[in-house]
Design a protein. Structure first.
Length: 187
């Protein structure tokens, strides 16, 4: 009688642990999506930057209801700098509804001017884009977005819509190679 009772008790304990493990595995918070876009191809026919590719990197990282965008110029050298960086958005979304937070910067460059519009910008070489980050292009090197510098900005949407990398950006990555382009100069 006691061995049967022990077997029954063990089964119930094992079933309880199994149920608890299943609940815990489904209760894990969703991991944010991250998309990294290394720019390692000079598409316009100009001279490529002198440094090792990727010359520029854009990283989109999901946050609670927003996306954190980080731009980095780690592969540029000497006087190379970014004049303009373009992005596209899911065609189902209105780029005018995007709100860009103040940039957090590493470097001495001026804040970029960010402008949006459906297919409003044409990059040298090819493609129409929805979002333009325009950086200073002055002769004063301290104002330009140059080698080793980076910035991060939080992107939200007006009207309470949720912006996510996984639902909006990944769709475009799989459909088009025209997600981002940057124009650099000084090479």
């Amino acid at each position: 009688m006691i061995p049967n009772l022990l077997r029954l008790l063990r089964r119930r304990v094992a079933a309880t642990w199994l149920t608890l493990l299943i609940i815990i595995s489904f209760a894990q918070p969703a991991r944010p999506d991250t998309v990294e876009l290394p720019l390692d191809f000079e598409f316009s026919g100009a001279t490529p930057p002198a440094g090792a590719a990727p010359w520029l990197t854009a990283v989109f990282d999901d946050q609670a209801g927003s996306v954190l965008l980080s731009l980095s110029a780690d592969g540029l050298t000497d006087s190379e700098h970014v004049k303009v960086w373009y992005f596209n958005l899911d065609p189902l979304l209105d780029p005018a509804a995007l709100v860009f937070g103040p940039p957090s910067k590493i470097g001495t460059f001026d804040d970029p001017i960010i402008t949006t519009g459906v297919d409003l910008f044409k990059a040298a070489g090819d493609g129409l884009f929805d979002i333009e980050f325009k950086f200073a292009n002055a002769a004063n090197q301290g104002r330009r977005f140059e080698a080793g510098e980076s910035m991060t900005t939080e992107i939200t949407m007006t009207g309470g819509a949720t912006l996510t990398v996984g639902q909006r950006l990944a769709t475009i990555v799989s459909e088009s190679d025209r997600l981002t382009r940057a124009i650099n100069s000084g090479v």
